[in-house]
Design a protein. Structure first.
Length: 279
């Protein structure tokens, strides 16, 4: 892979951190955004010429536009990776209004605005790659995770549309759908709503077992997943969907098969709402 400049949001942990360390070790330039520089001070020290650390809250839309405009004045951004985000668990009824607004602003709107900000510059340079970190939770929904699924289903629809809009400008879009991975997303940064006793014996609280490491760790290796994401940039055309983890692949295929069977069973129902032929 030729040396490139990558703009990655949320590089203090998880996939963002793993990708950044691998890219820097290979001689690439990484512009990494964080909310607090403390966790990446080692990268700042070790790669003073190729790691550019920027403080950004992706819920601050004007700040996103200002940052990208400033960076684009001195750098060609070859790859954007939308990685910043978090998980929110709890039944829909257990979530507060602020919980709903915050996760949409972070996991959905923040990604949309990052993509919108870089597109004019990628179009002008006639190349670019957008990598959206989603989840197989952008295809498969579970109880107790409604707002996370709302954000991921939403960003996948946005990216599928944008991919068709920008292909003519040599810009590729890849939606990454990891399964469970041993990152802070599950074992550190996940947020839990104010749980109600009414849901204690409900599937909406099944996530509590998943978040407890004592019940077994997730199978996904963040370093291997990061390596596969980096390698995808060399694929032409860009893969639109990239599922990582055999667990994610199996569950996604099963859900898509269920969905297809459901739609196929509704042929008569769908046709019953058309005007009669000839009318």
């Amino acid at each position: 892979m030729a040396k490139q400049t990558w703009l990655i949001t949320g590089v203090s942990s998880g996939f963002g951190r793993s990708m950044t360390t691998q890219l820097l070790a290979a001689g690439n330039t990484v512009i990494g955004t964080v909310r607090n520089t403390t966790k990446v001070q080692d990268l700042i020290d070790d790669y003073p010429d190729t790691f550019i650390c920027e403080t950004l809250d992706v819920t601050d839309v004007p700040a996103i536009h200002r940052l990208v405009d400033r960076l684009a004045a001195t750098h060609n951004i070859d790859v954007l990776v939308n990685n910043a985000g978090y998980g929110l668990f709890g039944a829909a009824e257990e979530l507060g209004d602020q919980d709903v607004d915050k996760i949409i602003a972070t996991d959905l709107t923040g990604s949309i605005q990052m993509i919108r900000s870089v597109l004019p510059y990628m179009r002008a340079q006639n190349h670019g790659r957008i990598i959206q970190i989603s989840s197989y939770g952008g295809q498969v929904a579970y109880p107790g995770n409604s707002m996370y699924h709302a954000a991921k289903f939403g960003i996948e629809g946005f990216c599928e549309s944008v991919a068709q809009e920008v292909a003519a400008f040599n810009i590729g879009v890849t939606i990454v759908e990891p399964g469970g991975a041993r990152t802070e997303f599950r074992y550190g940064s996940a947020q839990v709503a104010n749980l109600m006793p009414a849901y204690d014996d409900n599937p909406a609280h099944a996530f509590l077992a998943m978040l407890d490491p004592a019940n077994g760790l997730a199978p996904g290796d963040p370093q291997r997943m990061a390596a596969r994401i980096i390698e995808s940039v060399d694929q032409t055309p860009a893969p639109l969907h990239m599922v990582l983890g055999s667990d994610a692949r199996e569950k996604t295929i099963a859900r898509l098969q269920e969905r297809l069977a459901e739609y196929q069973s509704e042929a008569d129902l769908a046709a019953s709402t058309n005007f009669p032929v000839g009318d």
